[in-house]
Design a protein around this ligand. Sequence first.
Ligand code: ATP
Ligand code: MG
Length: 403
Amino acid sequence: MSVAFKPLAPGATLGVLGGGQLGRMWVHAAQSMGFQTVVLDPDPQSPAGLVSHQHIQTDYLDPAGLQQMAAACQAATTEFENVPADALAQLAEKIQVAPNAHAVAVAQDRRLEKTHFVKCGVPVAPFAVIASSVELEAVLKQNLGKTNAVSLLPGILKTARMGYDGKGQVRVRNPQELLDAFKQLGGVPCVLEKMLPLKAEYSVIVARGHDGAIVHLPIQHNVHRDGILAMTQVWPGVCDSALEIQAINAAKSIAQELQYIGVLCVEFFVLEDNTLVVNEIAPRPHNSGHYSLDACDVSQFELQLRCMGGLPLTQPRQHSPAVMLNLLGDIWPAIKLGSDPNFSNLPQWGKVLTLPGVHLHLYGKSEARKGRKMGHLTITASTADQARAVAKQAATILGIAAF
Ligand code: ATP
Ligand code: MG
């Protein structure tokens, strides 16, 4: 049995499973509202652990760690969808937990996730589940040149579980590449998705309270590079207006059907023919919602706190057009040179900060690596054109490829 929700007053202690950058920004938001914070993450240097009142340094399923968290906190959440859903289920026996373990379990497994989308009547990319190499070979033999797996090529083979930032994915053009990719991914259960002609990518962040109230952030327009989010743009009209309504309604029904409590991000593809398909969900605040810290009156992290604390939700309002640029380890000069990854040679923050409306967020990671999310910049301005122009200047200074 899960603990029932009640409103928690600031001064209460709130916990988060996972100590990455999302946890860190959640800790900042919690502390600014007067809550005490506990982070559970095994890494002593985790970005959130470094700034939290308390840091429990155990594995996510360590009984003593979970016990300590339940004893210290009145509510808990997760910042990382690969935290075992069972850890949330265990906490939920003692304290209020959002999102619930079931919703996280669905988001953790592409097979359950896609089944859920279909149940909600939201279109998904054509796909096939491939659970074993025997199954893969059978599927290929039976259908060679006809339907099923072969009709999904060229496609993307994605591990059913544990993928993020394009990890656990291989692009495949033909049956041989598919067989090789399945081996390369370790023979674990996978989903093969047809490679779709993408015109754009959108995401919608909804927050659903324990009383069923739902609010959402403005729709986000995302650009990915090498499977990693590179840029998010948000202002009225940045997305197709008919698709915007469809996406917001789809995101709400996906949350509603899961009886979801908390912040949920739904990622969408817009195809060349202007149809919308859902890609995946993240049961937590999301990289594409970081702009809300600087451009909205309520951020995605505050929404998460309100949901888990049983507090009222108000519809967020965006006050400035915004561009968010991810700062990956690639732009740290030492990385470019392939030499020691220390901080003697930093990106030119001084120059970037001379630009108007630039908000710098760094996550406190001590080592820059290629593809590693080190921070982000949000650029706010009074018009979308200005925000884009400043973002371009910032990208040039930092050596981020033009967009
Ligand atoms: P993250 O957790 O960072 O969102 P992920 O590892 O879960 O990423 P996906 O969202 O499945 O990965 O894919 C990453 C990116 O790869 C997508 O945003 C999109 O740009 C591209 N992509 C994924 N699937 C497809 C597809 N079926 N057709 C075309 N492009 C795709
Ligand atoms: Mg994704």
